[in-house]
Ligand binder design. Structure first.
Ligand code: PLP
Length: 370
């Protein structure tokens, strides 16, 4: 069996450092909002190149709290519109609707799966307040153009970096440092994954950072004084300690993911399979997923399943076709529909072996649609 993602194997290499980190937390007797969180926040802000990183309970909360903070600061209000790629994971959209703002679905580019500036232009109304670009599958969006477009239209930029830890432009600016604020997820399967739920917000905006810090802790800046009707969305000491261990190795892991992606791209050769484009700037993609497209996706997935090769569809149903968002079912989003009908993600991690990759590649190259 070739697993899509072998989390046990991925985390095995950190066993000793994890054990040390665990014992440090255990012995400290302090399990929430202590030295480990402070250290991770400082390390992660430095890694992303932002003034602030704020640990939160998960990636969805990171995005929800950014929008909520803009509401508390009087910058967003109920009914305001946020432009979001129509092919994103549902969490990007949930963060908008959870705050009583309105998601406006924008068709992506078929080659990069990321937001298309051209398609943004005609979706702006007098209610638009923000763009929520998603660096999908680990590929950095064209942030220079996006930020310029947002500035010209007086919009906030909220990056969804859940799949793109460390993705960089040619000047070395990292995902999470371009927008006004950014949300990260450290869900176990993400490129930087905890052993449980975890997330973070990055920003250079001090007022926003302070508002989010209060919101995530019952709306309280000072113990037992509540400025806002907040929530509990704290990042545990134990997860922060484990994340510190893995953050130190992240770039090494990312480079191994790049090697896997390059190996696939070099060796997969089948006219029925469309490979992801490889940008001239190799740093712009951190390969959270290696996503191919195939007109015969159902058949291809079954064929690989039969050969004990696990694949996953990211994602089978777009947000506007989910029962949860039935009010958007009337939308015509042909590029998004095509993506959801054709994409398939191949096994990829820093611990997959060349032997395993050769088996996957050989199977793919022998696939023919009947
Ligand atoms: C995983 C993910 C999220 C949500 O993160 P959680 O930590 O699972 O809440 C948000 N957006 C995207 C694009 C994701 O892939």
């Amino acid at each position: 069996m070739i697993k899509f993602l072998d989390l046990k194997k991925i985390n095995e290499c950190y066993r000793e450092d994890f054990t040390q980190a665990f014992e440090r937390v255990l012995d400290s007797g302090w399990y929430i909002m202590g030295a480990e969180l402070a250290s991770f926040e400082s390390n992660f802000a430095k890694y992303c190149g932002t003034r602030y990183a704020i640990g939160v309970a998960n990636g969805l909360d990171a995005l929800i709290l950014i929008i909520r903070a803009y509401k508390e600061l009087g910058i967003f209000k109920d009914g305001d519109e946020v432009l979001v790629p129509a092919n994103t994971y549902i969490a990007s959209v949930l963060a908008i609707s959870a705050n009583n703002l309105v998601p406006v679905f924008v068709e992506p580019k078929l080659d990069t799966y990321n937001l298309d500036i051209e398609n943004l232009k005609n979706r702006i109304t007098n209610k638009t307040v923000a763009i929520l670009p998603v660096h999908l599958y680990g590929q950095l969006c064209d942030m220079k153009s996006l930020v310029e477009f947002a500035k010209n239209n007086n919009l906030k930029v909220i990056e969804d970096c859940a799949q793109a830890h460390g993705a960089m432009d040619t000047e070395g600016n990292k995902a999470g440092s371009f927008g006004d604020a950014s949300g990260f997820s450290f869900y176990p399967g993400k490129n930087l994954g905890a052993l449980g739920d975890a997330g973070a917000v990055t920003t250079n905006d001090e007022e926003l950072a302070n508002t989010i810090k209060a919101l995530l802790n019952y709306g309280s800046h000072v113990k037992y004084e509540n400025l806002y009707k907040g929530v509990n969305s704290r990042l545990d000491e134990i997860q922060a300690a484990l994340l510190n261990v893995k953050l130190a190795k992240l770039d090494e892991v990312t480079n191994l993911r790049r090697d896997v992606a390059n190996y696939y791209s070099k060796n997969i050769n089948n006219n029925n399979i469309i490979k992801p484009i490889i940008s001239a700037n190799k740093d712009s993609h951190v390969w959270h997923l290696y996503v191919i497209r195939c007109k015969y996706r159902t058949e291809l997935k079954q064929y690989l399943d039969d050969l004990n090769i696990q694949t996953v569809i990211h994602y089978p149903i777009p947000p506007h076709r989910q029962a949860a968002y039935k009010e958007f079912l009337h939308l015509k989003l042909p590029i998004t529909d095509q993506i959801h009908n054709e994409v398939l993600s191949l096994p990829l991690s820093n611990v997959i072996t060349t032997e395993e990759l050769d088996i996957v590649i050989d199977a793919l190259n022998k696939f023919h649609a009947s």
